[in-house]
Design a protein around this ligand. Structure first.
Ligand SMILES: *[C@@H]1O[C@H](CO)[C@@H](O)[C@H](O)[C@H]1NC(C)=O
Ligand SMILES: *[C@@H]1O[C@H](CO)[C@@H](O)[C@H](O)[C@H]1NC(C)=O
Ligand SMILES: *[C@@H]1O[C@H](CO)[C@@H](O)[C@H](O)[C@H]1NC(C)=O
Ligand SMILES: *[C@@H]1O[C@H](CO)[C@@H](O)[C@H](O)[C@H]1NC(C)=O
Ligand SMILES: *[C@@H]1O[C@H](CO)[C@@H](O)[C@H](O)[C@H]1NC(C)=O
Length: 322
């Protein structure tokens, strides 16, 4: 029993400092984070960055701001550093706030807020410089597309930091692109996204947009309208008469063609169109119907993809119903 207590005490003796050390460490950490705080800064190249060193419960300790090379930018409200791009925004017992104008890539790094307490405290503000990409550029492999063909487009956003992301929209539908990120010699990123899809005739006239997302830019996009060629679709509409076609009446037919045909053409199958028929664009107008005009009237539309037609069978009835 006595031996057991002895072991227990030895055990405690060994453990004691081990238990204490982490407790002290945790307290030290919380003191630092409670008294001196700052924030990381993201800034677009050429714009202004603001670094704020804030002190809670200050006991009149001296505060200073150091650059990444640990040179003093501000010591209290005095600026030993010659760079006039650094300006004092606020100096109070709770805050040292400094602005840096016309930020360039070389200003990047870890800035240090330092408080002369015992022990001294430090807090770090990382300045990250953002460089916007150049205007996005869309390139299409095919200028004119055909229904059912696969086409390919690429969009490039050059020279940004960090890398931009590219999103594709066809009309109001998002399509998945394949991005490729390249790091250029000057440590900028160029992103190229490739989009491939099968064209349908509904895509004709629809815009494809390449939308660039980057923290330094807003609403950055380029777009291209699709031009799709497809075999025409033809439909004959009877404008007049609404009822039976009788001798002596007039007939008016309209040919509606979709798919950008080179033109529409009226013919009569195995016969000639009556000589007094008037054809204007897609309209066929025949006055004073005669039984001899009976037959099949055909509207034909064609383009480089193909040809299509629709038929109307004219059947001229006598003036008096049977
Ligand atoms: C400077 O800081 C003090 C204390 O936080 C605040 O009362 C004051 O409004 C600040 N001045 C400016 C110009 O921000
Ligand atoms: C901003 O800095 C660049 C170099 O980094 C310099 O060429 C340019 O003149 C500066 N612009 C202003 C307004 O100070
Ligand atoms: C497009 O599709 C047609 C057949 O529909 C084919 O003949 C042609 O080669 C295709 N063109 C391309 C560029 O794929
Ligand atoms: C119909 O046409 C024929 C020959 O083209 C002509 O002889 C006849 O008089 C016409 N009938 C009417 C009602 O116009
Ligand atoms: C035209 O159709 C009418 C309607 O039945 C018919 O009576 C007439 O004989 C037809 N005329 C010709 C030339 O086919």
């Amino acid at each position: 029993m006595v031996k057991a207590i002895g072991w227990w005490q030895v055990f405690l003796g060994i453990l004691d400092p081990v238990f204490e050390a982490p407790v002290m460490f945790v307290q030290h950490e919380s003191v630092v984070s409670q008294n001196l705080v700052t924030d990381n800064v993201w800034v677009v190249e050429g714009e202004m960055a603001t670094i704020s060193c804030r002190v809670k419960n200050n006991d009149d300790s001296v505060i200073q701001l150091l650059n990444p090379n640990r040179q003093t930018i501000y010591f209290r409200d005095m600026r030993p550093l010659k760079d006039a791009r650094f300006q004092l925004v606020n100096f109070s017992e709770n805050e040292l706030r400094v602005s840096l104008s016309n930020v360039s890539l070389s200003d990047e790094g870890r800035y240090v807020c330092q408080l002369y307490t015992d022990p001294p405290q430090e807090a770090y503000a990382d300045i990250t410089v953002l460089i916007p990409p150049g205007n996005p550029i869309i390139e299409a492999r095919d200028e004119v597309l055909r229904e059912g063909n696969e086409t390919e487009m690429t969009c490039t956003a050059m020279g940004s930091k960090p890398a931009a992301t590219i999103k594709w929209m066809k009309g109001d539908k998002e399509l998945p692109g394949k991005p490729k990120v390249e790091l250029t010699y000057d440590k900028m990123y160029t992103v190229t996204s490739r989009l491939a899809f099968t064209v349908s005739k509904e895509d004709d006239g629809v815009p494809v947009a390449c939308i660039v997302d980057h923290p330094a830019v807003k609403d950055f996009q380029a777009q291209k309208y699709l031009e799709v060629q497809y075999k025409p679709e033809v439909k004959i509409v009877v404008e007049f008469p609404q009822g039976l076609t009788r001798e002596g009446e007039n007939l008016e037919l309209t040919c509606q063609a979709k798919g950008k045909p080179h033109g529409v053409n009226w013919v009569k199958v195995d016969d000639d169109v009556p000589s007094h028929a008037v054809i204007t664009g897609g309209d066929l107008y025949i006055e004073n119907l005669n039984k001899s005009y009976n037959g099949t009237y055909r509207c034909v539309a064609a383009n480089t993809v193909g040809e299509a037609y629709d038929d109307y069978v004219l059947y001229v009835y006598g003036t008096t119903p049977l």
